[in-house]
Design a protein around this ligand. Sequence first.
Ligand code: F6R
Length: 359
Amino acid sequence: QKGAYPFYMLKEIDEQPGVMRNLIKEYIAEDGSIKIDTDLLKAMADSDRIYIVAAGTSYHAGLVGKELFEKLIQVPTEVHVASEFAYNPPLLSAKPFFIFLSQSGETADSRQVLTQVNQAGYPSLTITNVMNSTLSREATYTLLLYAGPEIAVASTKAYTGQIALEAILAKALGVYKQIATIKDFDVAAELTKAANGMQELVDEKGKIEKIAADMLKDTRNAFYIGRTMDYAIVQEAALKLKEVSYIQTEGFASGELKHGTIALIQENTPVVAIITDKKTANHTRSNAQEVKARGANVLYIVSRDLATPTDQIVLPEITPLLSALVAIVPTQLLAYYASIQRGYDVDKPRNLAKSVTVE
Ligand code: F6R
């Protein structure tokens, strides 16, 4: 039931702090230990490489997962679009472990890959929101998101739930493998920060509604730009905006703009720069200046520690590895309001279905 909400998408954006708290409750004990089956951790520890396979928004959650597994616990991780992997798999390592990310657990492209993985006898984990879904039943292991039903076609709380659960899993695996540095990653504290930060951001909806009206109401195209982790985030931000507002949007690695795409920048082209990575903050700022000098209308979404007084949206504090959890929220709201302001049914974008059961 959407209750007082005009649309499910807005309700589900607002539910994200609760999704973080639920995941803490389901997976993290009072003493900080993680409640994940040791068999699963052993299977992962026995492997030499993680392959994350997913589609759409779940694929974008996988891009963040790769950063978590590699940076926190030094496990080599690849992320693949399911429909590509199915017919052109990469050369696999000797002991692969597969993670399927799927809100619905029914995506045909991912199911096709899992069938092949099972035929080859490799171990697998499905991270899903739907208990007993096909991908859950057919994988070796399952972890549930406990996010509550996601009804709007555009995925929001499943994305942040998947990232949070990947962080919990990385923590558990790090402890299991006795990686010394994992002690410094207090996942419960970080997810609590995420919940509080998300709440601050959803409480500022009015501000984002106004920015959407100023920037996105009449535009034909738009860009999101960022580097490293922020590049992972902008790909999801762009998908969200294009699928519900029909504004042609690209999520671009900001360093690549000058290699061709900057030709598309004109007077008033909206460009949203996401800056949460310290190493590349100045680079992305220069790239944003370059498009501004060519007439772009630039919106900055920046972590508090990297912000300058003129940045329009400042993000609450969180460890940089989990910046997606807060940075995505204003972009979800921008997509929502742009769709409403342009007169569309935001919960049911044209040509899309909630779960894609054909390849
Ligand atoms: C976008 C969206 C889709 C899904 C994709 C995979 O907002 O919802 O891109 O993420 O179709 O679906 P699941 O996660 O159910 O496998």
